[in-house]
Structure formats: structure tokens, C-alpha cells
Design a protein around this ligand. Structure first.
Ligand SMILES: C[S@@+](CC[C@H](N)C(=O)[O-])C[C@H]1O[C@@H](n2cnc3c(N)ncnc32)[C@H](O)[C@@H]1O
Length: 417
């Protein structure tokens, strides 16, 4: 498919042109339009913020590219492609990569319908029994799923695995993950930790994974059909590490990204949140564990000194917390500095990075991560341009921290190479 490069904005977005007087809250904005609403993801970026950042900081260049080094579910990639700018996203979480690819896929309704028909006929053989080779081997499977659901999911998985077109298979895998999510015993609303529903709720929980799957396929088809008509640039998504980006020097013209809030263990657990999907998609428990360790701050490293984290703001807060708590936070900060050096390496000279980052706390000591980001980015060889502060509207605060603190403010730090 060929894409035309134009600077034309989406209808209805003209008013979002850069204007420092306009707030960044977007409290009432529809954040689910087109493929943005295809599947939830923790701490997803607000599409309107991304749209505005691109409008403010993209300087049109014929061969240019936007990059999100922590692309998650692909919000930046969707928005870039709608604005006609090619993009590349990287994430350590294979489920995020699958999702970002599905959200930026172009569908051809005829092929999509043919696969639906194949799946329907393959599911007709369902006899109520599980297909053992399609049931993932993991501890406490029965804690997370009722037996009838396990049987249905094993048949769905087998059917989806027969799809031969890789891009289409990825889309159907997302609908399968949706069925895993909605038919599991997890109370997704309970907290950032993945917990089973109460006994009382479980009694009335009798999901039909097939109905959930087909309902979701309908929604995905509608969203992708609408997105396909508006997509105007190529998107590339890679499974990789932001500490050693699979991108050459000076290849990128604008970075728009939102790093994890902190270490997987104490802040938002992306891998733990994706765990059930990953296991049903064929990853082993050991592989999932390894992904947690590979996530930013996942490795416990000793003897981290200030040269590895050149930020006075961070060390001022660090001096106030216990050694144990500090030891947990240090690897994340040291890794974060490495990712900023990588961002500097891949940016073209004079190009900008927009980094959306929430404040965080360590033992209830609040750390202004905007300031920390600025100090680390400067030490990585970038110039600070400006920081926009944003109040996070209450309804958008997805999780409270383990200490009960909520991060109600975030910074949008703009730096340049
Ligand atoms: C705040 S989320 C990004 C959300 C994304 N902007 C969206 O709208 O969906 C941070 C992401 O960083 C990813 N991540 C954590 N460690 C990483 C690493 N070492 N390299 C690349 N990505 C990593 C997580 O998997 C998570 O998807």
C-alpha cells in the first residue's frame, strides 16, 4: 500500500494546534477512537496529547520518522500514521508488540471474512473437552479459569494458530487475548495486582469464551476498517530493549514516548498484567519471569553510584529513604539514564524528544520525574527546551501505588539533541 505524505490534520483536530494557554488534561476527551480502543493497556498515552505533541514538534522532513522507544500498545504509532508520518515503535513486552501491530494493521475485509468462516467451522467440532496440547502448563491454572472456559480457550487457541497470514493471525490473537481476559476469574478492576474475583462474584461468573471472542472480532473489524481508511503512513513495531535500540545513529526525527513509571515490581507491572495472555499465547512461565527481569529496573544491581544516575533531584530524595527501598529503585534509574543516552544516539542532530512521565514516590517521598528526566537527558548530551506540566484527571489515574500514593501530575519534557 502506498501512503501519501501531507500535513493535513484529522477533521475536528484543527483546534488542537499548539497553544500554551490550552490545558493538557483532556479530561472529557474520547480516548478510544479508531483502534485506540481496541484493547486496554496500563498507563496508555492519551491520543490527544500525542496528536498535539506531533503538531508542535514535528518539523516536516521528506524522509523523516517518529519513534516511540517504549511503544506499549502503540498510541504514538497510531497517531503518527494518521498524520501521514512513518513511525517505529519498540517494546520489551511481546504482548505490547502484538497489540501495537494489530492496532496499526490494514485489513482487507474479504480475507478477514474468509478467516472468520474457517474459524467458525473449526470451532463446530467443540465437544466440551479441553485439547491438552493447547492448554498452557502453569501453576494454578484452575485458580484463574473455570474448567469449561479452559476447554473453550484451548479450542480457540488451536483455531487461531491455524491462520497462516501472520498479520491477520496477530489480529485474531488479540481477540483471543480478549477472550482470555474476559473469561478469566480475574477481577480486573480490583487493583494493579492481578487478583481473582470474590467467591460471591465467582458464583455468577459463567462466561462463554466463544461469544466473547466473536463479539470482540466484530468490534476489531469495525475499528480496523475505519482506521484502514485513515492510515497514511507506514508503521514498524519491534520487540526490543530501549537500552540498546534496534535503530541506527541519527535515524529519528522526533521521539514521542512515555517511559514506565518505575520498576515493574513497585509501580505499574506491565508484564504481570500481560501474564495470562502471554501464557495462553505460548510463552512459558520461565519466559514470562525473564521478561520481568528484562524490563526497565528488573535486574537487581549492586554498587550503583551517582555517575550512573547523574540527577541531583533524584539523590536528594534518595537520601531520605531506607537503604532497602533505595536498592530497589536504583536499577530503574540507572537503566532510565541508559535509555536517554540511546534516545540521544538515535536522534538526528537538532531533533527533539517529548517524554511524558508521571511523578513517582519512594516510601512516600515524591520525586519530580520531570526534573530527573531533564537532568539525566542533559547528562546524556541533550538540551532542555521546555517542560509542560499536566494534571492527570482523576478518572484517568489507573492504579494507586503500593504505598497508596496516587500520581496526580505528570511532566511532558521536551529536549533536543
Ligand atoms: C508507560 S508504558 C507505554 C504505554 C504506551 N505509550 C501506550 O500508549 O500504550 C511503558 C512501556 O515500557 C515498556 N518497557 C519496560 N521496559 C522496557 C525496556 N527495557 N525496553 C523497552 N520497553 C520497555 C513496557 O513494556 C511498557 O509497555
Amino acid at each position: 500500500m502506498q501512503y501519501e505524505r501531507t500535513n493535513q490534520m484529522l477533521p475536528g483536530f484543527a483546534l488542537l494546534r499548539p497553544d500554551s494557554e490550552v490545558g493538557w488534561e483532556f479530561a472529557t476527551a474520547d480516548t478510544q477512537y479508531l483502534t485506540h480502543g481496541l484493547f486496554p493497556y496500563p498507563a496508555r498515552l492519551i491520543p490527544q496529547i500525542v496528536h498535539r505533541l506531533i503538531a508542535m514538534y514535528w518539523t516536516d522532513s521528506e524522509s523523516g520518522k517518529i519513534c516511540d522507544v517504549f511503544c506499549g500498545s502503540g498510541t504514538v504509532l497510531v497517531e503518527s500514521s494518521l498524520q501521514g508520518i512513518p513511525s517505529i515503535g519498540v517494546d520489551i513486552n511481546p504482548f505490547a508488540v502484538l497489540l501495537a501491530k494489530a492496532k496499526t494493521a490494514v485489513i482487507d475485509v474479504t480475507s478477514f471474512d474468509a478467516i472468520k468462516a474457517d474459524l467458525r467451522s473449526s470451532l463446530q467440532t467443540f465437544d466440551g473437552n479441553a485439547l491438552e496440547e493447547y492448554v498452557p502448563a502453569f501453576t494454578n491454572l484452575n485458580h484463574w479459569f473455570k474448567p469449561g472456559v479452559i476447554a473453550q480457550l484451548s479450542h480457540l487457541r488451536k483455531a487461531v494458530e491455524t491462520v497462516t497470514d501472520e498479520e491477520l493471525k496477530g489480529i485474531f490473537k488479540i481477540a483471543f487475548a480478549h477472550a482470555v481476559m474476559k473469561s478469566s476469574n480475574v477481577d480486573w478492576k480490583s487493583s494493579r495486582y492481578i487478583r481473582v474475583m470474590t467467591e460471591y462474584k465467582l458464583q455468577d461468573h459463567n462466561p462463554d469464551a466463544f461469544t466473547i471472542f466473536w463479539g470482540n472480532i466484530g468490534d476489531i473489524e469495525k475499528r480496523l476498517t475505519a482506521y484502514t481508511k485513515k492510515k497514511r503512513a507506514k508503521v514498524e513495531v519491534k520487540n526490543g530493549d530501549a537500552r540498546s535500540l534496534p535503530i541506527g545513529d541519527s535515524e529519528i526525527d522526533l521521539i514521542v514516548t512515555s517511559p514506565p513509571y518505575g520498576e515493574e515490581r513497585n509501580t505499574i507491572p506491565y508484564i504481570r498484567w500481560s501474564k495470562l495472555f502471554l501464557l495462553w499465547l505460548g510463552f512459558t512461565q520461565d519466559e514470562v519471569k525473564a521478561l520481568e527481569i528484562k524490563s526497565l529496573g528488573g535486574m537487581s544491581v549492586k554498587n550503583i553510584t551517582s555517575t550512573k544516575i547523574p540527577s541531583n533531584t533524584f539523590w536528594e530524595a534518595a537520601n531520605k529513604v531506607s537503604e532497602r527501598r533505595l536498592a530497589e529503585a536504583l536499577p530503574f534509574m540507572a537503566d532510565y539514564f541508559v535509555t536517554l543516552k540511546e534516545m540521544q544516539r538515535v536522534l538526528r542532530p537538532n531533533s527533539k524528544a517529548c517524554i511524558v512521565i508521571g511523578h513517582r514516590s519512594m516510601s512516600r517521598i515524591l520525586i519530580d520525574m520531570g526534573k530527573v528526566t531533564t537532568e539525566l537527558a542533559e547528562a546524556a548530551g541533550m538540551r532542555h527546551e521546555t517542560t509542560h506540566y499536566r494534571n492527570i484527571p482523576k478518572k484517568m489515574i489507573a492504579w494507586t501505588g503500593p504505598t497508596g500514593d496516587t500520581m496526580s501530575e505528570e511532566s511532558i519534557v521536551i529536549v533536543s539533541k
